[in-house]
Design a protein around this ligand. Structure first.
Ligand SMILES: NC(=O)c1ccc[n+]([C@@H]2O[C@H](COP(=O)([O-])OP(=O)(O)OC[C@H]3O[C@@H](n4cnc5c(N)ncnc54)[C@H](O)[C@@H]3O)[C@@H](O)[C@H]2O)c1
Ligand SMILES: [Fe+2]
Length: 399
């Protein structure tokens, strides 16, 4: 490896060790492994699956799923903007058709904070729900994961499960209630991950909770919902997908990550790039190359928006196992230190830097830097993004 490549690898290793500083997408467990074996780098990786159901109009099945689960009291979570829009109506219709009793929480904050998480947790604790449905973007799905976790562990302090050093980074050992996520944005892939991110106001930083235990039992991807997104929400979500894919593909490889765990329970969810995550990341990248511009510019381009919705899940599965690195690491101070910036097309009354925007801002500098470590991967990604070689929809067959 060239000298510049060594420098990049060294920095990425340092990032891992300081993973608690950048917890939401780090390569480490929240709790540091207690017994590292003698071997310094890992030799294995593990692929965690995510359950996805995809189809136009598939939201109509959610009431049946809840019935199949035997749910008697369901919490439906969303934000104030979405509760007026068709995605939430589609969920409520399905619940009504299947006689599911539910309570609605529509106070999710776009780009959640510790306080907004706690408000949702209080609601969930009072409600004693036996299942959750999150209808929305990453903000809603993440808030619902946290509400489910703390309502299932009512004696815990808020900071118990928050990643160290801000929180205690405790492992989740309590059983959670089933959560079905209905993503309405094409960006975070939160329906596939065990991550919940929030803005910790006191320290002006974003941090999170990371545990496989909080992952939704099902991500119900209904591309019809993406047709309601305003242009900037599509663009910023698309940037998030782009960076998830690129960062997962160029993350420090799993067999360069240290320490090598002495017990597989200590192998982190975010293990570094590996041959299986690579497949998901590259596939997501090809879709972004072909469809992102169309999805942004042509609001009724069903095909482009549907593919971006899938790409979001593909990249989520990729980075959910490989992790991401510098673009995401540097996005947290960018969005955490926001003072007055009002994001176009975000129907909210507080300043915010949308997550996808905060991530993509540093990407040219990041990939110029990391290219020294694995130039062939960067060249491959550049080639995918610059040329139009992706197969059109009608060339995909299931037989
Ligand atoms: N859990 C994870 O794995 C993960 C990964 C990346 C980012 N995140 C987090 O997710 C959050 C961002 O989520 P996001 O980018 O999905 O957006 P969001 O949930 O913050 O929503 C953005 C805006 O779009 C609106 N909106 C959403 N869907 C819509 C639709 N179909 N039609 C019309 N309006 C719609 C919302 O009401 C809101 O105003 C951030 O807090 C970020 O840190 C989580
Ligand atoms: Fe992201």
């Amino acid at each position: 490896m060239a000298g510049g490549g060594d420098r990049v690898a060294r920095l990425l290793r340092q990032l891992q060790r300081a993973a608690c500083q950048c917890p939401a997408h780090s390569h480490a467990y929240s709790e540091a492994p207690k017994h590292a074996a003698l071997r310094t780098t890992d030799y294995a990786f593990e692929m965690a699956v995510s359950n996805i159901r995809y189809g136009e109009g598939v939201t109509k099945e959610v009431g049946m799923d809840l019935q199949n689960l035997g749910a008697r009291k369901v919490c439906v979570m969303t934000d104030k903007n979405l509760c007026q829009l068709p995605p939430v109506k589609a969920v409520l219709n399905s619940l009504a058709k299947n006689s599911i009793t539910f309570q609605m929480y529509d106070d999710v904050r776009v780009e959640p904070t510790d306080q907004s998480f706690m408000d949702a947790i209080t609601f969930a604790k009072k409600g004693k729900f036996d299942a959750y449905v999150a209808v929305g973007g990453g903000s809603v799905i993440d808030t619902c994961k946290a509400a489910n976790l703390y309502a299932s562990s009512p004696e815990s302090d808020f900071l118990d499960y928050v990643n160290a050093p801000i929180g205690k980074g405790k492992s989740v050992t309590v059983p959670l209630k089933p959560l079905i996520a209905v993503p309405t944005t094409a960006g975070t892939g939160s329906e596939t991950t065990g991550i919940a991110i929030f803005d910790y106001k006191e320290l002006k930083v974003k941090t999170g909770i990371a545990s496989r235990a909080i992952k939704p039992i099902l991500g119900m991807i209904d591309p019809l919902h993406t047709l309601h997104m305003p242009e900037r929400v599509v663009a910023n979500g698309g940037f998030d997908v782009l960076c998830h894919a690129l960062e997962a593909y160029t993350a420090l490889p799993y067999n360069m990550r240290s320490p090598c765990p002495s017990n597989p329970i200590n192998r982190p969810a975010y293990q570094g790039s590996n041959p299986i995550s690579d497949v998901w990341a590259v596939h997501a990248l090809r879709i972004v190359a072909k469809y992102l511009k169309r999805a942004v510019r042509i609001p009724d381009d069903h095909e482009a928006r549907a593919y971006m919705h899938l790409a979001s899940a593909f990249a989520g599965i990729g980075f959910g196992n490989a992790g991401v690195h510098l673009c995401h690491g540097m996005s947290y101070p960018i969005s955490g230190l926001v003072k007055s910036y009002k994001a176009k097309d975000y129907n909210v009354d507080h300043p915010l830097v949308p997550h996808g925007l905060s991530v993509v801002l540093t990407s040219p500098a990041v990939f110029t830097f990391t290219a020294q470590m694995c130039p062939e991967r960067h060249l491959e990604a550049a080639e995918i993004l610059a040329t139009d070689t992706y197969l059109p929809l009608d060339q995909f067959t299931c037989n």
